[in-house]
Each structure stands twice: as structure tokens, then as C-alpha cells.
Design a binder for this molecule. Structure first.
Ligand SMILES: Cc1ncc(COP(=O)(O)O)c(C=O)c1O
Length: 367
């Protein structure tokens, strides 16, 4: 078709968006065994109960799901001690982050996040026509004072990933409370607690209490890091007026029947969640120590992944390490787009994968 013919054009700003690049899932040709360590999935896989629930629902896939995902909201509410009316379920927590931007941002508005924050915030802010404002971090951690200094009369949302991806660092909850106390009441604080289950720190909270007692705070969560990444189940907890607004904007059947049934079974399978968290605790500590022992700097992580920094110079760069590991079937995540051109993010894997990466890096660094 000729270029000069009229054709539909996206709204101003859409073509400025840099599309999200997911973690790789394939290894170079010839590699037989692949260890996918690029998307922070659960190395123990889905809950066996969720697998069974998904199998059972297969025979009823002709029927529309419950548009309000009531039973899933009730199951989440039961486990976390919440009112199901204050929960919205979503197609992964990505969806709810997008809905929040779509509902609360307009052209001319600003939304704040930190420089190495999870990348979808910027995408959704731009997609809503608003201005993304990235603020500096301190020691690869969100800096509450820097966030507060970036607030202007145009600010409508602050997105805080706690813990953050890809750094794995977290903000103690008293700092989150300080942020909230200093924010104007009409600015929405989004506490993205995608990795909350994995955090083992006394001064950490996901934000349930704050979201339950404030008019301008929501907490978002996901099932993806506990074994249901492929099913796409996320949720938000927040005040009734925000739930009401989002319910007007979201798709009427945004959570599919398989996701609902697998989600209900997964959240009730506490034993599987505990096993996953215990596995993570053990291997996160092991990997941090081993990698540090190899002379690599590792950002202190409380999530189910690690950010590994490589030495200056081409020979042992992150790009070279990525090629070396991929050729042996270990697929890690390049994080150049997150402002870390010389680092790789590694999901905590199975024992075999974790030991394999350390052994491979040992040889790589000697080469
Ligand atoms: C900080 C953070 N928030 C949200 C998500 C979205 O997860 P999902 O859409 O799978 O629920 C991720 C996934 O990587 C994440 O790292």
C-alpha cells in the first residue's frame, strides 16, 4: 500500500512507547535441556491442586466465567482476612496496573515511579497520555525523599514496587507510611506487592492495613510468582470508591474460567506456597553467597530473583555471560532496559539449575 494514503493513526504519544520485552524462553539451537530463569516463575511449578482444578474446568469451557470472580475474591479474602467487596481480580496484576493508569490519569497529568522500577508503569502511564516521572534511587532502592520531591500539582499516581523488580530491594514499611503521610490526599499510592509472599523481613508489610484504612492507597498482588504465571491471575485490594471506578472500566469477563478455578485452588494450597517460600529462602541465600564468592556483586534481594552485576570490560560482561549461559541452557534476563546494561537477573531455580548456573559462571569467569 502506498505510504501517503490516509490510514488510522494511534493517539499522540502511543508510538513513543517502547514495547515491553518479556524474558526469553528459548535457548540457542542444539541446547537440549533448558532452565528458564528469566521471568521469576516458581521453580516448584503450579500447585498440584491448581492443575487438577484447571483440568476439571476444561469440560465447561463453553460457559462464560463469573464476571465478578466472586468465588476467587472470597477465597483471597478468607486467606488474607479481607472484605471481598474491596477486591478486584484481574488478568495478572499487569492488567490492574493498566486499569489504574487508565482510570486515574489523563493527558497533562504526571505519575511517579523510581528509575529502576518495574517497566510496565511507564508503559501504562504513557498509554494514558500522561507524563512518566522517573526519580533517582539510592543504592538501587526506592528513595522516599526523592519520590516526595518529585510530587507536583500535576501528580496523580505514585507507583511503588515493594519489593522492586529487577533489583529485589524493598522499602521498610515505616518508610512507606512516611511517604503516604506526606502525599497529597488526592494522589493515588499504588503499592505493587507482586513478591510479597517471598519477603522474610520483620519491617516489611505488603500494604493490606494501609490500603484498608486509606482513601488513596491500593495494594496489587499476583499469583504469577507462586506458580500460576501462565494462568494470569492478579488482584487489587483498596477502598470502595476505587473498586467502583475500576469496575466501570475493566472488561466484563477479565478473568477467565481456568484462571478463576486454578486461582482458588492455588491460594487454598497453603502447603505448596510454604514449600515454594522455603525453597526460595534457602536458595536465595545460597546463590547470593556463591555468586559473591565468585567476585560478582549481587544486589541484596528479598524476592525470588537476584540481580547479578558483571565486571567492566567486554570479556566478562553481562552480554558475554548471557551468551555463555544461554549456550548451556541457562536462560537469564538481560536488564539493559531497566538501566542495568551490565547485569543479569536470575530467578531462583531448582537446585539443579542454581548449581548449574554457579558452576557455569565459575568456568566463564576463569575463561
Ligand atoms: C513488580 C511486578 N509487578 C507486577 C508484575 C506483574 O505480574 P503479573 O502480571 O504476572 O501478575 C510483575 C511481573 O514480573 C512484577 O515484577
Amino acid at each position: 500500500m502506498k505510504q501517503d494514503q490516509p490510514r488510522p493513526t494511534p493517539r499522540a504519544g502511543i508510538m513513543d512507547i517502547e514495547a515491553y520485552v518479556p524474558g526469553k524462553s528459548t535457548a540457542p539451537a542444539g541446547v537440549t535441556k533448558v532452565y528458564k530463569l528469566s521471568s521469576n516463575e516458581n521453580p516448584l511449578g503450579p500447585s498440584p491442586k491448581a492443575i487438577e482444578a484447571a483440568r476439571e474446568v476444561a469440560a465447561r469451557l463453553d460457559v462464560y466465567p463469573d464476571g465478578s470472580a466472586r468465588r476467587l475474591r472470597e477465597a483471597i479474602a478468607e486467606v488474607h482476612g479481607l472484605n471481598p467487596a474491596n477486591i478486584i481480580c484481574s488478568n495478572g496484576s499487569d492488567e490492574i496496573l493498566g486499569l489504574l493508569a487508565q482510570t486515574y490519569l489523563a493527558p497533562g497529568d504526571e505519575a511517579v515511579f523510581t528509575e529502576h522500577a518495574f517497566m510496565v508503569y511507564k508503559i501504562y502511564i504513557q498509554a494514558a497520555g500522561a507524563k512518566p516521572v522517573a526519580v533517582k534511587e539510592t543504592d538501587e532502592r526506592a528513595d522516599i525523599d526523592a519520590i516526595l520531591a518529585a510530587i507536583t500539582p500535576a501528580t496523580r499516581i505514585v507507583f511503588l514496587a515493594n519489593p522492586n523488580n529487577p533489583t529485589g530491594t524493598y522499602v521498610p514499611f515505616q518508610e512507606v507510611r512516611r511517604l503516604h503521610a506526606a502525599l497529597p490526599k488526592d494522589v493515588l499510592l499504588v503499592l505493587d506487592a507482586a513478591y510479597a509472599e517471598y519477603v522474610r523481613r520483620n519491617d516489611y508489610e505488603a500494604g493490606i492495613e494501609l490500603a484498608g484504612s486509606s482513601e488513596n492507597v491500593v495494594m496489587t498482588r499476583t499469583f504469577s510468582k507462586l506458580g500460576l504465571g501462565g494462568a494470569r491471575v492478579g488482584w487489587m485490594y483498596g477502598p470502595a470508591h476505587i473498586v467502583d471506578a475500576i469496575n466501570r472500566v475493566r472488561g466484563p469477563f477479565n478473568v477467565n474460567a481456568t484462571a478463576i478455578e486454578a486461582g482458588i485452588a492455588a491460594i487454598r494450597d497453603r502447603a505448596h506456597i510454604e514449600r515454594s517460600v522455603a525453597h526460595n529462602e534457602k536458595w536465595l541465600a545460597w546463590l547470593s553467597a556463591e555468586l559473591t564468592g565468585l567476585g560478582l556483586r549481587v544486589t541484596p534481594s528479598v524476592g525470588n530473583f537476584l540481580l547479578i552485576h558483571f565486571p567492566e570490560g567486554k570479556k566478562h560482561s553481562a552480554a558475554a555471560a548471557d551468551d555463555y549461559l544461554s549456550a548451556r541452557g541457562y536462560i537469564l534476563r538481560r536488564v539493559t532496559g531497566y538501566g542495568f546494561p551490565n547485569a543479569l537477573r536470575m530467578s531462583i531455580g531448582t537446585e539443579e539449575a542454581n548449581r548449574g548456573v554457579v558452576d557455569a559462571l565459575k568456568t566463564f569467569l576463569k575463561s
